[in-house]
Design a protein around this ligand. Structure first.
Ligand SMILES: [Zn+2]
Length: 410
């Protein structure tokens, strides 16, 4: 299995300056290549299908090599890093569409470049209890803080700046293969705003979200930022401090996702989750026609921003841990899971009495709202994967989806 290992770099001043310049060149290459693709798309509008010309990864690499004869500043960066930038752009355009790919601006993008060829990368050495080093092309020998064992063969290396610190990430092949199914029972997982993760077994995982101390600190920094002059050094320092607070929150969330995913996949043979619906998650902020969304408080916006980012992350971590621990992951459509009764499958918005309470207004079944939703998700997942017999409690028949919708609209 491929695994990432990230370490904090300790670059010398000249190395940090060089890495900054390489990041800048990669940014310029990305923007120029994106500009070329967009211009080509506009030209192609008037052309027939056969005469349309689309830049590709190959053609852009060739043009990059030609451009190096006239644009000498391009030569300073390692050639492979620039090619990887073009490859990333190609992938982004395929995945999200040409017009959704962002420009890399100096303010919103932090330097990041990758060395794809493991033959170019020197041996990773441990120098002492807390230090290691590795030789990278053009950058030379870089030292990093040895915070964990590498545990595998290096495939590629990414150097990245994040809130003022430099990091090195090794992609390693750890030699382990995907585990055989562990044969444990299945579990449904519901994610919510108040309880981050609730399972159909009735277990709730509470992560530490944004703490009030951090919120006060952020508000303080943002007030200070508003007063500072654009382009000043003090403002830059404040921006960096804000980023550090967010990084702290991000790291804590990542840790929570890892630990929860580990516990879920070691204890169960199948984890059923909701399919990601971004519209669903922002619904409360936008409001309905009868009750338009009011100006959403900063805290709510912040929590939600963090929550919906963590969703995709949690899912991919769950899949990774699942491969390691022999546990399958299934995603089911999320519609009406919080309004459906897990005992009789009746759908009604009134059944959800409050944030925490669920009481079915057809059969009177009462439970924790998040746990009830997790049970509904589990039933849907078992039906979808054809493993009805392993359900916790009495097996539930799958309802045709049209009937569910009829209930909901009635
Ligand atoms: Zn019911």
């Amino acid at each position: 299995l491929l695994t990432g290992r990230r370490y904090r770099l300790a670059l010398s001043l000249s190395q940090a300056a060089y890495a900054d310049r390489v990041g800048g060149i990669c940014r310029a290459v990305w923007n120029a290549a994106l500009e070329q693709r967009r211009a080509a798309a506009q030209l192609n509008r008037g052309r027939t299908h056969e005469r349309a010309i689309w830049p590709t990864y190959i053609s852009q690499c060739r043009e990059l090599a030609e451009a190096k004869h006239t644009e000498l500043w391009l030569v300073e960066a390692p050639a492979h890093c620039l090619q990887q930038t073009l490859r990333d752009l190609d992938r982004a355009c395929r995945q999200h569409g040409l017009w959704r790919v962002h420009w890399r601006t100096k303010r919103r993008w932090e330097p990041c470049f990758r060395f794809p060829d493991s033959a170019e990368i020197g041996e990773v050495r441990r120098l002492g209890r807390h230090a290691g080093d590795v030789r990278l092309p053009k950058l030379g020998k870089v030292r990093f803080r040895w915070s964990r064992p590498l545990g595998g063969v290096v495939r590629n290396v990414t150097v990245r700046q994040s809130s003022g610190h430099w990091y090195i990430a090794f992609c390693v092949e750890d030699g382990a293969t995907s585990a055989a199914p562990n044969g444990r029972p299945a579990v449904g997982v519901d994610r919510g705003v108040v309880v981050p993760v609730a399972t159909s077994d009735g277990e709730c995982f509470h992560g530490l979200g944004v703490q009030s101390r951090e919120q006060r600190h952020l508000a303080h920094l943002q007030r200070r930022l508003a007063r500072q002059k654009r382009g000043s050094n003090r403002r830059r320092r404040t921006v960096r401090n804000i980023k550090r607070v967010f990084e702290c929150i991000r790291n804590r969330r990542l840790d929570f996702c890892h630990q929860t995913a580990h516990v879920l996949t070691t204890g169960h043979g199948l984890v059923v989750i909701e399919d990601l619906r971004v519209m669903h998650m922002t619904a409360s902020a936008r409001g309905t026609v009868e009750q338009p969304g009011q100006r959403v408080r900063q805290k709510a916006g912040l929590n939600r921003a963090i929550l919906d980012k963590a969703w995709g992350q949690f899912r991919s971590l769950l899949e990774w841990h699942g491969r390691k621990n022999g546990c399958g992951v299934v995603a089911v459509p999320a519609a009406y899971t919080s309004q459906t009764c897990s005992a009789c499958r009746h759908v009604a918005a009134e059944s959800r009495e409050s944030q925490a309470e669920f009481r079915c207004n057809a059969c009177g079944y009462g439970a924790n709202a998040d746990v009830n939703a997790a049970c509904v998700i589990l039933a849907a997942g078992l039906a979808a994967s054809g493993r009805g017999g392993l359900a916790v409690g009495p097996p539930m028949k799958r309802q045709p989806p049209e009937q569910d919708l009829a209930y909901a609209t009635a």
